[in-house]
Design a protein around this ligand. Structure first.
Ligand SMILES: [Zn+2]
Length: 435
C-alpha cells in the first residue's frame, strides 16, 4: 500500500466502472446466465447414494428426503416409491453455502445463488432492502435469490472508512450518540451492528483516516446488546482487535494483517463466544494475488461479464505485491483456528478481486491453505456462520431445516476445489437451474 489514496480511488473507480459496464452491457450483450426455478419442479424428492457433508461431519453414503421446502430425513429414508429419486452416486451434498461478508446491491443475490450461496451476511448496504429481505428469508417458496441478513449502514465517524462511497452515512462522532444511532438501525430492521475501526495505519502509507474512539466503540457495543443485536467489527490491526474484544464485540469481519497474533490475544479470543471472518480472498487481492476462480473452467459458464470485471479488478493497479499482508493473515487464521476460535468464510464481494458467489469457493480454498481441514473450511461456509449468527433454520443438512442444498461432483472433503463442480443447487427445496 505505498499509495493508499490511489488504492481507494481505484476501488471507487472500479465500482463505478462495474456499474457503468453493467448498465451498458445489459443493453448491448446477449443475456448473461440467469438462475431460474424449473416450473414443474417437484416439491418432494430424494437424493440417494450421495456422500453427505451435513455441516459438521461426513456420511459416506446417505439419502436426503426433501418435501415442501424442508429436509424431512437424512440417512436411511422411507419416502413413498412414487417420489422422484435423484442419483447422488459420485456426488457430495452440502448445506447451501453461507457467505459471511458481502455487500449486497443490484444482482448480488441472484449471482450468489447461481454458485450455491443460499444465504448471505451483508456487512454494509442500503437499509431500504431490509424489510423485504426479512419476508423472503422466512418463506419456503421457490426463489431465484439468496436470502440475506444485513447490518444496513455501518458505524463510522465523519470522514472515516465507509463514508467515501457517496452514500449518506449517519456518523457516530461521539459516544453520546451511540444509543440513538443503534436505535435507528433497529428501526430500519438491521439484523446486527457493523462497526468500523480503521485508520489505515496497518498499511504502507502515511495517510491516516479518522476512526471511532474506544469510548464510542464501547457505547455502540453496549447499545447493540441492549437491543439484542450482535456487534461485529471491521479491523485491520491486532491492537484494534484487542480493543474491540475488550469492548465486548461478538466478532471480527476481517482478520488483522499488521501483526501475528499474540498468545494473550489468542487465549482471550478463545475464552468466550467470539468469531472471526478473515476474508482472506480480498486480503490476497490486496497483497497482489490473482483469484483462481476467475480462470477456473468449472465456474466459467456461471460468471457474468460484470462478475469477471470485479474478479479481474485490482486494489493496486501498479501491480505492487505485499505478500506479508496475506502471509500474516494466514498465520493468524491458523493460530486462532487451532485455539478453537470459530472461523467463518466471507468473501467481501464485490470488492476488487472478488465476485458474489464465485468467491466463496475461493475463500474455502484460502482457508484450507491457511491450515483448516477441508471439513473445517466447509463448516466455515455452512454450520459455523449459522451457529455464530443464530440462524437456526439453515447451515446444516438435518431434519426440519430449510432444504438449501448444494450437490457437487466429486468429494470436497478431500479436494476443496470440488465445491466448484456444481451438479445442482436447491433453494427452499426447489432446484435452481440455469437458462
Ligand atoms: Zn466489506
Amino acid at each position: 500500500m505505498s499509495n493508499i489514496a490511489l488504492r481507494i480511488l481505484a476501488v471507487v473507480l472500479a465500482l463505478i466502472l462495474v456499474y457503468v459496464l453493467a448498465t451498458f452491457e445489459r443493453a448491448a450483450m446477449p443475456r448473461p446466465p440467469r438462475t431460474a426455478v424449473a416450473e414443474s419442479a417437484p416439491r418432494e424428492f430424494v437424493i440417494e447414494n450421495a456422500r453427505v457433508f451435513d455441516g459438521r461431519t461426513t456420511l459416506t453414503k446417505a439419502s436426503i428426503h426433501v418435501r415442501d421446502g424442508l429436509i424431512v430425513a437424512v440417512g436411511e429414508v422411507s419416502a413413498p416409491s412414487a417420489v422422484k429419486r435423484i442419483d447422488g452416486s459420485g456426488k457430495t451434498a452440502l448445506p447451501g453455502l453461507i457467505d459471511s461478508h458481502v455487500h449486497t446491491w443490484g444482482s448480488a443475490r441472484e449471482d450468489a445463488l447461481r454458485f450455491g450461496v443460499t444465504s448471505m451476511l451483508d456487512m454494509f448496504s442500503a437499509s431500504e432492502q431490509l424489510s423485504e429481505a426479512r419476508e423472503q428469508r422466512l418463506a419456503l417458496t421457490p426463489t431465484q435469490r439468496a436470502d440475506f441478513f444485513s447490518a444496513g449502514t455501518l458505524a463510522t465517524v465523519s470522514g472515516g472508512h465507509g463514508t467515501q462511497f457517496g452514500m449518506q452515512i449517519p456518523t457516530v462522532d461521539s459516544a453520546e450518540v451511540a444509543a440513538s444511532w443503534v436505535a435507528d438501525r433497529k428501526r430500519e430492521n438491521s439484523d446486527f451492528i457493523k462497526i468500523v475501526v480503521e485508520d489505515l495505519s496497518a498499511y504502507r502509507t502515511s495517510e491516516r483516516w479518522p476512526t471511532l474512539a474506544e469510548a464510542s466503540v464501547r457505547a455502540l457495543v453496549e447499545a447493540a446488546h441492549a437491543n439484542e443485536l450482535m456487534a461485529v467489527v471491521h479491523v485491520s490491526k491486532l491492537s484494534s482487535a484487542q480493543m474491540v474484544f475488550d469492548a465486548g464485540a461478538n466478532g471480527l469481519v476481517h482478520i488483522f494483517q499488521d501483526e501475528v497474533t499474540t498468545p494473550a490475544f489468542t487465549a482471550a479470543a478463545s475464552s468466550r463466544p467470539f468469531f472471526i471472518t478473515p476474508t482472506l480472498t480480498v486480503i490476497a487481492g490486496m497483497a497482489g494475488e490473482s483469484p483462481s476462480v476467475a480462470t477456473d473452467p468449472a465456474l466459467a459458464p456461471r460468471l457474468t461479464p460484470e462478475q469477471l470485471q470485479t474478479l479481474n479488478a485490482r486494489f493496486n493497479r501498479s501491480g505492487a505485491k505485499y505478500p506479508e499482508l496475506i502471509e500474516r493473515s494466514r498465520e493468524n487464521v491458523r493460530l486462532l483456528h487451532a485455539a478453537g476460535v470459530p472461523i467463518l468464510a466471507g468473501s467481501d464481494a464485490p470488492n476488487p478481486g472478488t465476485a458474489h458467489g464465485a468467491s466463496i469457493h475461493e475463500e474455502m480454498a484460502q482457508l484450507v491453505k491457511a491450515g483448516l481441514s477441508n471439513e473445517a473450511a466447509l463448516a466455515a461456509a455452512t454450520s459455523a456462520p449459522a451457529a455464530a449468527f443464530s440462524l437456526t433454520d439453515r447451515g446444516q443438512i438435518a431434519p426440519g431445516l430449510r432444504a438449501d442444498i448444494l450437490l457437487v461432483n466429486g468429494d470436497p472433503t478431500t479436494d476443496i476445489t470440488a465445491t466448484r463442480n456444481i451438479a445442482a443447487i436447491y433453494k427452499n427445496g426447489s432446484e435452481v437451474g440455469m437458462k
